[in-house]
Ligand binder design. Sequence first.
Ligand SMILES: *[C@@H]1O[C@H](CO)[C@@H](O)[C@H](O)[C@H]1NC(C)=O
Ligand SMILES: *[C@@H]1O[C@H](CO)[C@@H](O)[C@H](O)[C@H]1NC(C)=O
Length: 351
Amino acid sequence: MVEGILSKAFWFVAATVFAAATVVHGQQAPCFFIFGDSVFDSGNNNNLQSKAKVNFPPYGIDFPKGPTGRFSNGRTIPDLIGELLGFKDFIPPFSGASPEQAHTGLNYASGGGGLREETSEHLGDRVSLSNQVLNHRKAIKKAKVPSQRLQQCLYVINIGSNDYINNYFMSEPYNSSRRFNHNQYAYSLNLLYRAHLKTLHRLGARKVALFGITQIGCTPKVMLSHGGGKACAKEVNDAVRIFNKNLDDLVKDFNKKVKGVKYTFVDVFCGGDPKAFGVLGFKVGDKSCCPVSPAPGEELCTPNQQVCANRSEYVFWDDIHSTEAVNRKVAKGSFEGLLTRPYSISQLVKE
Ligand SMILES: *[C@@H]1O[C@H](CO)[C@@H](O)[C@H](O)[C@H]1NC(C)=O
Ligand SMILES: *[C@@H]1O[C@H](CO)[C@@H](O)[C@H](O)[C@H]1NC(C)=O
């Protein structure tokens, strides 16, 4: 009898310790889905007819598998969020993933992708957010992922930059700047975003982190094209600020009106100017670590060239995409809550 009680107590203690251990050290969400543009892409463009692809060195110089199609020297923001969540493997790109991988997560992001269908069409093929959501629908139906499980997954989205850089602020071949003023354009993008979020919600998404746009006017590419080569392009940053404000409001609206959801806005604008990066310890915030061809419109690393000596000192890897060192700060800031409102990603994945 005593032995019985003792062993029950032992098993109770053992089970509690075991459960606590899985919560703290285990994977904090059953699955992780990624949507967006080149900042989140992990290889979906490799087999597309597109100028926006980077499966060649020096891309991936600090990534365990070398050049994979990630637009950085090393890990992307979702790679690092995945690590913080306790995922052992990187979430695979949708293109080339096996159907059963939809149970643990897929990455649908595509370099050049935007909210508007025509965005980046001058670069060739790319997957717009609406088509990424369609791919997600196909993937989870095919794999028969239970809806209960889909509600526990984390979803992250980073979209909108291309709708400005590779559409609104590129007056040829695009005409959106002649059809919309800054407010109207941001509003039109917000309407599209809302529609896609509703579809994702119907497909089970309940925990969603929406990344705003950085100060793209301060990227080497846009400083050159719209800032006279020296300063941040104020007009571009001002336009993006409206997009971010609307997205922040959209998140508030979803949290207020839709039952059982936790959406959060990730503010990557505030910390996004060269001065702020200086505070964080980065030494070079106005030029790329890899050499970029001086041809107009070029932004990607020239293949197989010598890169800067210390990648961790640079904000920009090429003329538009950040280094792993910056991605690490952003991932940590969104996970712990420094950059998010109202929820940190860590809070999103909690019950
Ligand atoms: C703008 O371009 C689109 C194609 O991208 C075209 O359908 C539309 O007619 C154009 N609008 C104007 C006002 O030029
Ligand atoms: C590279 O730069 C980082 C950040 O300034 C610094 O911590 C690190 O020691 C540097 N590495 C080398 C090899 O100089």
